[in-house]
Ligand binder design. Structure first.
Ligand SMILES: [Zn+2]
Length: 436
């Protein structure tokens, strides 16, 4: 594929005009002002367009698209107990597959190239990612509250091992398996050590929810002799792995030191934290301490969309509002969090920037929009003015997944039809059982 005469964002988010980009197989082959004399492949005209790295959604629960909009206005605990868990208990593997595909469509059409997902029925979710052409780090958020239970008997643990075998046979490394632990408050010490050991043995990323709510954070301290979830997990060796810590709204100074020391990543889910009334994470402080900080949507039922452009806008505004300082988080800082920092956090060291030799993961933004004119500062326009509908094309490993409103790898009508039908079936089951 040859992209001709386009504006391009480099690693430092500086704009280069009139660039030609040659993609060969899954990588960028050439970037610069030259043009090949003859080219037989697909040519994309870059007029009024901007090319930038795709987004990395670093904490999601893809099939929760199926529960979008249910349980609105409930306090967090009731929301989980009354709206989420009963619905999830009725979700079959195929429901998760179609729910995941629905989420993947939403992600690729808003410029996302890779997702870190935590849920159940992970083989079906990984299959949806594999078929769609998108990248993803998939994990089961394993839970176990019974210290006498054998870990090998937990379905989520067994599914993790099975999926590790399955992806080994896939022809590329787009879909990877992480070691998932739902959270401290849904685990035993034995389970945390087992999942951490699994990650260590196989060089996997350990993905967990940490200190999302004040309740969770404070209850951990009273349960674990004053130790916070971060401190407790550190004592069990978790941070000897690369760790994706979702939320971190309530972490303390000592926790931040631990995360910085161990090069852990904080996945910042601003929409979800605001919507569920959990609070606002101190992102600027994380970055100042050198903690790799990334952007995520969380599941669609606490957001209620999977739109990384909206997240970037909110990340920027919330930091400025929280610290009452408009100099916090420049647009380039936010873009870095949503792109290369995310690729690093997923262990994808050859992704996240548009440079020769890197994987050809990128998006093209249509600049010919009223809300993007004039273009005094393209990076500011991307973070503060752009809409997800401005994404014109999304490419992963050199393959076009979405272009000009069309999904090239997913049957849009079929997936929306199946997802709606299945969500309605579960809703009917719930109402028959006398539940909301
Ligand atoms: Zn989550």
């Amino acid at each position: 594929m040859l992209i001709k005469d386009i504006k391009l964002l480099d690693r430092d988010f500086k704009v280069h005009e009139h660039q030609n980009v040659l993609v060969e197989a899954d990588r960028f082959k050439y970037i610069g002002s030259e043009l090949p004399e003859e080219y037989a492949g697909e040519v994309i005209d870059g007029k009024d367009k901007l090319m930038m790295p795709g987004f990395y959604n670093t904490h999601c629960h893809l099939p929760m698209t199926m529960i979008r909009g249910r349980g609105e206005g409930l306090p967090l605990h009731d929301w989980l107990e009354q709206a989420m868990f009963p619905f999830e208990n009725r979700m079959k593997p195929e429901d998760c597959y179609y729910g995941a595909l629905l989420g993947i469509m939403e992600l690729i059409s808003s410029g996302c190239v890779s997702v870190s997902d935590m849920y159940f029925n992970i083989i079906d979710i990984a299959t949806a990612l594999h078929e769609s052409g998108m990248k993803g780090n998939v994990c089961h958020g394993v839970t176990c509250m019974d210290p006498s239970k054998k870990i090998e008997d937990i379905k989520g643990y067994r599914d993790t091992l099975s999926l590790m075998d399955i992806v080994r046979d896939w022809s590329d490394d787009r879909v990877r398996v992480d070691a998932g632990l739902h959270a401290e408050y849904t685990s035993t010490e034995k389970l945390i050590e087992k999942m951490s050991g699994l990650a260590k043995q196989n060089g996997m990323i350990f993905h967990t929810h940490i200190s999302e709510t004040r309740k969770e954070h404070e209850e951990c301290k009273s349960r674990r002799g004053g130790r916070t979830p971060v401190q407790y997990m550190e004592s069990l060796g978790v941070f000897e792995n690369p760790v994706m810590c979702a939320h971190c709204v309530w972490i303390e100074d000592e926790d931040k030191e631990i995360l910085a020391r161990h090069h852990a990543t904080i996945s910042h889910c601003i929409s979800s934290n605001l919507k569920l009334g959990s609070g606002i994470a101190t992102v600027y402080d994380f970055l100042k301490r050198g903690i790799n900080t990334v952007v995520a949507t969380d599941g669609a039922s606490s957001n209620n969309n999977l739109n990384l452009m909206e997240e970037m806008h909110l990340v920027s505004l919330a930091a400025k509002g929280f610290f009452r300082d408009p100099t916090m988080l420049l647009p380039a800082d936010v873009l870095r969090m949503a792109t290369i920092n995310g690729a690093r956090a997923q262990g994808r060291t050859d992704c996240g920037v548009i440079e020769e030799g890197f994987r050809a993961d990128f998006v093209i933004v249509d600049l010919d929009r009223p809300h993007l004119a004039p273009l005094h500062d393209p990076v500011s326009n991307l973070v503060h003015s752009a809409q997800s509908s401005d994404i014109w094309m999304t490419v992963v490993d050199g393959r076009i997944l979405y272009k000009d409103g069309e999904f090239l790898t997913i049957d849009r009508e079929r997936v929306i039809h199946e997802a709606k039908k299945r969500a309605e079936r579960i809703a009917a089951e719930l109402s028959e059982a006398g539940m909301k």
